[in-house]
Design a protein. Sequence first.
Length: 504
Amino acid sequence: MTIKGGSGRVSRRGFFGASAAAYAGIAGGGGLFQALVARDAFARGGGVRQRGAGYGSLEPAGSDLLLPPGFRYAVVSEEGQIMNDGFPVPKAMDGMSAFSLPNGNIRLIRNHEDREDVSRVRPRPADSTSTNAGILSQMLATHFGPRAAAYDAWATGGCTSLELEPRGHRRLVGQHWSLVGTTSNCAGGPAPWGSWLSCEETTAAASSTGLGMDHGYVFEVPVGTSAGNPALATPLKGLGRFNHEAVAVDPATGNIYETEDNGEIGGFYRWVPDGGIIPTAPGQLAALTGSLYMLKISSSPEYNTAVGQTVGVALPCEWVPIATPDAGPTAAAVYNQGILLGGARFRKLEGCWYANGNVYFQCSTGGAMASGQYWVYDIAAGTLTLLFESPGVDVLDQPDNMCVSPRGGIVVAEDGDTGQFLRGLSADGTQIFDFAKNIRNTFEFAGVCFSPDGNTMFANIIGRSSCRTVQPNDVNTVRIPVEPEQYQRACTLAIWGHWRSGLL
């Protein structure tokens, strides 16, 4: 482990995305003119990125990150390392959360958004005319986790769990597979009873893909798994089958809030346990029944949140029932049920997080400039309020993953075209600043979270999702001649420093 210490242009995708969004806003009462006025006002100081709210200008802290002065980081886990269960660390590191272990160490549970084409994994029949004979199938038993514990024999995604020391250099104690045989595990969220809820961002069906099982579900991963003993992979079908992104759990009620990432269409959902029963220990959630609902803006059926919104206006909400949560492989099957009852439409929903009676969530391409929105749902009041809308990619470029720090600031992980940043946003949405920049490669940050004591921020650099880095000299190693191979590997970072001097 290496310890490191210590600062836009609009891309073509961002330009056309913003133009399309602005054009849509013209039809809905918003428009390009309003967007440009808003951006100019922001730049003049009506919401300017206040550097004083952050920790200072970014500077090289090592070969992977730019950080503010006084912050240090360590690469604590990297794709291809051999874990305690004998498997290499998987690729595509995405959503993640941190928990306390009984021995005082930190448990990280980490998603792997592995989207390996099943045709590369599953052997073709002997009489098949296909030239693809399942070239990675011989690697299933040695690279993709203990197959006896797999939900799907042919799926290569899932979760790994890490144990780290909480102080000093945040030394890695061990890591292992903790959920096996799922696919496209994007984000998820921590549950207060000691579990990670891992979300599949797909509705891939066994009948049409060659996979062994249907997908599109949430899975529970307890904190206490160990090397060679991953979680029982049970799909939580009551939480719906759709392109899940993230979840947030209200500890007072056990209600689970969910975001849907299906491009231009997506809903914000709430699962309510029957009888108000809240799990008290990991593994109990699968035995509970409940009901799934989609958020609706009370006064405006089928409300489009993407354009024409005003920051700070509280919109009264209600919830419409989803009659068939496990509706089938069509990506919009659950969404369409809610829309028919007047549910609200969001554009590319991504991360969400529970904090202090609120659920914060983001739309990656929402807003007049199509570069991001932050919303907050006040649980007690039953209202939805736009917290922040990006006036352009130079301020915030397509937020993806997020968390709320123990001190109340929001950490934003971007997935844009103008450099990959972690940014800080104040809880009231009035101040935004740069906190870190990826200089290791061009991949996005993900999995941002804090240790239970609040002293360490963790984040992933996601790496590749459709090809794999395996051990040196392996004949099946796949390499892409974009950047040196060692810099393309996914990794998990620990960052620490003088948090209390700023908003995070």
